[in-house]
Unconditional design. Sequence first.
Length: 270
Amino acid sequence: PSGTWLLYLPCTWSIALAAEPGCLPDWQMLSLFGVGAVLMRGAGCAINDLWDRDYDKKVSRTASRPLAAGDISTFQCFVFLGGQLSLALCVLLCLNYYSIILGASSLSLVITYPLMKRITYWPQLVLGLTFNWGALLGWSAIKGSCEWSVCLPLYVAGVMWTLVYDTIYAHQDKRDDTFIGVKSTALRFKEDTKQWLSGFSLAMILGLCMAGMNCGQTLPYYSAVAAVGAHLAHQIYTLDIDKPEDCWKKFNSNRNVGVLLFTGIVLGNL
């Protein structure tokens, strides 16, 4: 699913940036983080569905989710969640001590993110802080600690990216969200959405440029960053926020954004 890719790709950026100049990224670490992304995305979905099981019943797009539809019990969901988190812990324990502590510290964000839509119009920001933790963790898994001059702008760029794609995603549900009383950036921005998305995209590009400069990246990297900027500009320009099917199509296209950047990092490093 797209959500798993969007969780995994910031990890791949960080792992690839941490590779030695002239070398390919560590494929064993990419595989390990891939397994971790599947498990933690699944765990995040289970936690989200536990918090939202009463809300999901009232939204046509989510009414068929297993908890909301009554296909499984809350206890069964907790058992499944426990299994996913246990396996994810096994993945985490394969990393160095710094990364184990750093990775474990993200769990509070995973648990609390689904509550944010009840509290603030900016749950997408909290999702960004959660989904892009791999931008920090990937580097530390390779290097043993974070180089903040690289990791922090990369992390911020990822958060801005999440604000773009998840605001687009939220426009699918804005009518239902208004009806049941939950909040989102789509409801906050309304008709000004494209201006906000443009600002987030610019911040993302600046963050990527800063990260690249601070780790000595080369022309292919900046070419990929420029292509990412063009892709985002096209997304925003052609977006119809009142057509759920168009929002879904634009949201899904962000996997290509992440893969494009990863390719640029690898080629730039070589």
